[in-house]
Design a protein around this ligand. Structure first.
Ligand SMILES: NC(=O)c1ccc[n+]([C@@H]2O[C@H](COP(=O)([O-])OP(=O)(O)OC[C@H]3O[C@@H](n4cnc5c(N)ncnc54)[C@H](OP(=O)(O)O)[C@@H]3O)[C@@H](O)[C@H]2O)c1
Length: 259
C-alpha cells in the first residue's frame, strides 16, 4: 500500500496518477471535504495518519511545509527502517525529516503544478541508502505526473527556483503577451488564444527539432524586420537579466526558508 498524507492538490495528482497504474493507494487528510472526495475516487481513506503509516510500505508526505513538523511528530514512533518515506514539502531538508523520524534515509521530491495534468517537471533526491529496486519503485510512482529527474539534494534550492516556481513566470509571460496584443488592438479573447498557441507551438517546435534557443530566435528574426526591433527593446530593458535575477532571488529565498 502506498500511503499519502495530505490529499490536497499534489496529493490528489499523485494518487490519481497512481490509480491509473493499478496501485493500492491509501490517503488521510484532516479536511473532511477532501476525505469525501477521496472516497468518491475509490481510494482507501484511513482514520488518521498513524493507521495510514502502519498499513503502508511507502509513505508520501504531501502536507504544507508549515505543518510537516506536527505530522512527523505524530507518526515518528510508527516508522520502521523497512518503510520508504518520501517528502514533497518544499524547502524541508532531508536532515530535518531524518532527525524527526529517527531514520537514515528519505526521498525528497520537488514537483510543479503542471504535474496536475501529467506534464510536471519532477525532481527526486535520494537522501541516504536506497537499493536500485527502491529507486525504480519511487521513480515509477512519480512518472505519471510528468518527466522525472534525479539530482543530488544540493540542487534542490535551484530546482525550486527554476521549475518549482517556474509556472508562475510562464503564466506571467503569457499574461504579458496577451496584454500586449490588447495594447495593439486585438480583443482580449483573440489575444490570449494567439499568445497561448504561440507559446505551445514554439515549445513543440523546439522539442521536435534539434538546436539551442538562439537558432529558433534567429529563424524569426529577419534583417531590418519587426522581430529585431522587438528584441532590441527587450535587450535595452534587460529582459534576460530580469529573468535571471528573479530565479536567483527565488533560489536565495528557498535557501533562507530551508534554514
Ligand atoms: N502546489 C505546488 O505547486 C507545489 C509544488 C512543489 C511542491 N509542493 C509541495 O507539496 C506539498 C503539498 O502542497 P499542495 O499544494 O498540495 O497543498 P494543499 O493543497 O494545501 O494540500 C495539503 C493538504 O493537507 C491537509 N493537511 C493539513 N494538515 C494535515 C495533517 N496533519 N494530516 C493530514 N493532512 C493534513 C490540508 O488540509 P487543510 O487545507 O485543511 O489544512 C490539505 O488538504 C507542500 O509541502 C508543497 O510545498 C507543492
Amino acid at each position: 500500500m502506498i500511503g499519502i498524507i495530505g490529499f490536497g492538490k499534489m496529493g490528489e495528482a499523485i494518487a490519481l496518477g497512481l490509480k491509473g497504474l493499478g496501485e493500492k493507494i491509501g490517503v488521510f487528510d484532516i479536511d473532511q471535504e477532501r476525505v469525501k472526495f477521496a472516497k468518491e475516487q475509490g481510494l482507501t481513506v484511513f482514520e488518521d495518519n498513524v493507521s495510514l503509516v502502519k498499513n503502508s510500505s511507502l509513505i508520501i508526505l504531501a502536507v504544507k511545509p508549515q505543518v510537516i513538523k506536527d505530522v512527523l511528530d505524530e507518526i515518528k514512533t510508527h516508522i520502521s527502517s523497512d518503510k520508504l518515506v518520501v517528502s514533497i514539502a518544499a524547502g524541508v531538508r532531508s536532515d530535518t525529516i531524518k532527525e524527526a523520524l529517527g531514520i537514515d534515509r528519505v526521498v525528497r521530491v520537488m514537483p510543479n503544478t503542471p504535474a496536475l495534468v501529467g506534464e510536471g517537471a519532477i525532481v527526486l533526491s535520494f537522501c541516504g541508502g536506497f537499493t536500485e529496486r527502491e529507486k525504480r519503485l519511487v521513480t515509477e510512482v512519480f512518472r505519471p505526473l510528468g518527466e522525472v529527474f534525479v539530482l543530488d539534494e544540493v540542487y534542490m534550492d535551484a530546482v525550486t527556483a527554476l521549475s518549482g516556481s517556474g509556472p508562475a513566470y510562464v503564466f506571467l509571460f503569457l499574461e504579458a503577451l496577451s496584454d500586449a496584443g490588447v495594447k495593439v488592438g486585438l480583443s482580449r479573447d483573440v489575444s490570449l488564444r494567439l499568445a497561448l498557441q504561440t507559446l505551445k507551438g514554439s515549445l513543440v517546435l523546439f522539442e521536435r527539432k534539434e538546436g539551442i534557443p538562439r537558432k529558433f530566435i534567429d529563424m524569426v528574426t529577419s534583417p531590418g524586420g519587426t522581430t529585431i526591433s522587438a528584441l532590441h527593446t527587450l535587450e535595452i530593458n534587460g529582459f534576460k537579466g530580469i529573468i535571471m535575477s528573479a530565479v536567483e532571488e527565488a533560489y536565495r529565498r528557498s535557501k533562507e526558508l530551508g534554514g
